[in-house]
Design a protein around this ligand. Structure first.
Ligand code: PEP
Length: 251
């Protein structure tokens, strides 16, 4: 029996409601009959209601690109777990590298966002990954452990059941420079090993992210400890994203 896979798209600041509707309608036939792939799209906040309306009868999950830890209050520009659940969101991303490195979110902030989502039964795709200079300095393992370690004070085994980890080396995101098989294998193994040290719960599924495309995904999805992909650029075009889903279903 094939292992379960996850193919999640991150549209970032692309696709307002009209374009979102167009792409989702093109994806509809592809997501109708999936055997071992869960498909999700993290859409911009303004496109979530339209995306959710169009996918009520579909297995495709719709999620947010971030979430705040408080339920309400003076947090301009933020969205709470309750608000996402009120409109029917299935999941959220947290800790995406653009949040960490463009917007300065710290490990502690990201941990609070992640725990808030998980505590209220919102699936969280928690993103981790090293900068190029950290990799070159031999610090990849340490960075991954620090990023995951920030969750541990509050991450119970029960909460971790609703979490997916996305390993996304920052230097491979949006650059066309996909990590090599050895680099992916090592980083995913680092996460599995660290998880076994710090938790009694099964390790969450680990997705790879960073310039995934129909040209490289067949190899990546077959690597040990890789349960799927978090996809930026190639998720924006239905034809490319459909190919990734097909590759997942074949693997
Ligand atoms: C991402 O945004 O999470 C990502 C992996 O982007 P891309 O696939 O474009 O590298």
């Amino acid at each position: 029996m094939s292992k379960h896979h996850y193919v999640y798209g991150n549209w970032k600041m692309n696709h307002g409601p009209a374009k979102a509707a167009e792409v989702l309608s093109e994806l509809e036939p592809v997501t109708e009959k999936l055997s071992h792939t869960t498909v999700g799209i993290a859409a911009p906040a303004v496109s979530l209601p339209k995306a959710l309306e169009l996918t009520t009868a579909s297995a495709l999950k719709v999620g947010s690109q971030n979430v705040h830890w408080e339920e309400s209050g003076a947090f301009t520009g933020e969205i709470s777990v309750g608000m996402l659940q009120e409109i029917g969101c299935d999941f959220t991303l947290t800790g995406h590298s653009e949040r960490r490195h463009i917007f300065g979110e710290t490990d502690q902030m990201i941990a609070k966002r992640t725990i808030a989502g998980l505590s209220k039964n919102l699936e969280v795709v928690f993103c981790v990954g090293e900068l190029l200079e950290e990799r070159e300095a031999g610090k990849t393992t340490e960075v991954l452990q620090t990023q995951i370690g920030a969750l541990l004070p509050e991450l119970t085994a029960e909460l971790s059941k609703n979490m997916i980890i996305a390993y996304e080396p920052v230097w491979a995101i949006g650059t066309g420079k996909v990590a090599g098989a050895e680099e992916i294998l090592q980083a995913h193994k680092d996460i599995v090993d660290y998880w076994a040290e710090v938790s009694d719960a099964p390790c969450p599924p680990i997705l790879y992210g960073g310039s995934v495309s129909p040209d490289n995904f067949a190899e990546i999805i077959r690597l040990d400890n890789v349960s799927g992909a978090l996809v930026g650029g190639a998720s924006l075009v239905a034809e490319k994203f459909s190919k990734l889903i097909a590759i997942s279903e074949e693997a």
